[in-house]
Ligand binder design. Sequence first.
Ligand SMILES: [Zn+2]
Length: 182
Amino acid sequence: MPIRPVRLFGDPVLTTPADQVTTFDAELRRLVRDLDETLYDQRGSGLAAPQIGVSLRVFVFHDEDVAGHLVNPVLDFPDEEEQDGPEGCLSLPGLYFDTKRRLNVVAKGFTASGDPVQVVGAGHLARCLQHETDHLDGVLFIDRMDRDRRKAAMRAIREADWNGIAPPAVKISPHRMANGYT
Ligand SMILES: [Zn+2]
C-alpha cells in the first residue's frame, strides 16, 4: 500500500503536534518510501507524515533539482529576509493563498538511517521546508496568515466542495501543480 490517502483539512491529525522519531528502522524507511510515492502521485512539492495519518516528525520534499526527506527537522534562519507569494497544501486541494515566509532556511535533521543531514533552501525550497516543518507542529499555512488573509482563506475553504475522496475540479497550470502544492 505505498500510495496512501492524503488527509484533508478538518482531520484532527493535521492539528496535532507529531512525535519525535526515536527508532530508525525498516518501518521508518517504509514510511519515507510511502511518503515519496504519495507525493509523486499527487505531483506535490512536499508531504509530511501527519498528512497520511502518521503522527511522526518526518517529511519528504521534491523541489526543482533537490529531493529528499528529513526526520526530526529543526529550522535555522540565517537572515531576516522574507518572501510573499502563493502557497498550497495537498490537505487543502485546489486552493492557493499568498503566505509570507522567510526567504532562506537551513533545515537540520536526520535521514531514515539516522545519519545527520542538512538542507539549505532559498525561495520555493525554503517555503516548502517551512510549510512541512509546520505540519509536524500541527500548524497549517492558513495559521501563518494575517487576519484579513486568513478570513478570505477560510471563506474559500468553506466554499470548497471536498467530499474526502475527490478534490474539487480547479484548473491549475501544470507548472503550479508540479511546484505549488506542499
Ligand atoms: Zn501542506
